[in-house]
Ligand binder design. Structure first.
Ligand SMILES: Nc1nc2c(ncn2[C@@H]2O[C@H](COP(=O)(O)OP(=O)(O)OP(=O)(O)O)[C@@H](O)[C@H]2O)c(=O)[nH]1
Ligand SMILES: [Mg+2]
Length: 242
């Protein structure tokens, strides 16, 4: 994939406004200020395509960037203390609506966690949500440049106990300052995009009842084709196994 070919596509503050798409989507999730926009800029080789905020909580929209035949999706950050109740509600319906939308081809979520700190309550809620919803995800530990080697080692060791199903989750250590981890992220996206079988939009089911009516056999056939549930490398961990 030529990451230099990225363009800003569109931005939405309400889930209902987001147009359907036939493209694979790679979404970046994490608390406000964790470095989502900085990571996307690094990934796409641009200084300020995804705006980096000095004030946390600035990105309250879902922003789509187009790279060749995929979309990179910058999700609004969570966990910013001083947002109002109504803003929180808007955030919830925006993210929840997006992640729950069975008619999109969400290939993978990159869940960002600040490497310097234990995961927040909201981070853990997100991770548990992704596991329970069977959404394939990778954890990216950000701001790696801010830790000295020993502190970094200690933090990475601590994450093993702090994050559920840690052993089954693919993790990438990243810094937007040094560029560490960026090749790894590109490779993950490239590998999925190359292997992907794109399901045409009109064959995706957004109505669960209609989906049920197809019966189990058809359903499993569908799920093999629908890569949102079937990409082998990053299947979400099975909680029952642990
Ligand atoms: N040292 C260092 N600073 C970083 C890194 N990534 C992001 N930052 C800084 O952290 C702050 C927040 O970065 P953003 O990329 O705007 O974070 P965000 O997750 O997009 O935040 P919201 O849009 O509010 O959700 C900025 O001041 C960045 O310069 C990194 O890898 N290393
Ligand atoms: Mg941002």
């Amino acid at each position: 994939m030529n990451y230099n070919k990225a363009e800003f596509y569109t931005s939405f503050g309400k889930f209902s406004q987001i147009p359907k798409s036939d493209r694979l989507e790679f979404a970046f999730s994490g608390r406000s200020n964790v470095g989502k926009s900085s990571l996307i800029n690094k990934l796409l080789n641009r200084k300020n395509l995804a705006r980096v905020s000095s004030v946390p909580g600035k990105t309250v929209t879902i922003n789509f960037f187009s790279v060749e035949n995929i979309y990179i999706v910058d999700l609004p950050g969570y966990g910013y203390a001083s947002v109002s109740k109504s803003e929180k509600k808007q955030w919830g319906s925006l993210i929840g609506g997006y992640l729950d939308d069975g008619s999109r081809q969400l290939a993978l979520v990159f869940q960002l966690i600040d490497m310097r700190h234990p995961p927040s309550k909201d981070d853990l809620m997100m991770i548990n949500y992704l596991i329970d919803a069977e959404i394939p995800f990778v954890i990216v530990f950000t701001k790696a440049d801010k830790l000295k080697p020993n502190a970094r080692k200690a933090r990475m060791e601590a994450f093993k106990d702090e994050i559920p199903c840690f052993d089954d989750i693919t993790c990438v250590e990243f810094s937007a300052v040094t560029g560490e981890g960026v090749d790894e992220l590109r490779k993950i996206i490239d590998d999925i995009s190359e292997d992907a079988v794109i399901t045409p939009q009109d064959e995706l089911y957004s109505d669960d009842d209609e989906y049920e009516a197809y019966g189990e056999e058809q359903k499993s056939e569908d799920s093999e084709r629908n890569i949102t549930k079937g990409f082998n490398g990053f299947l979400t961990p099975n909680r029952n196994k642990n």
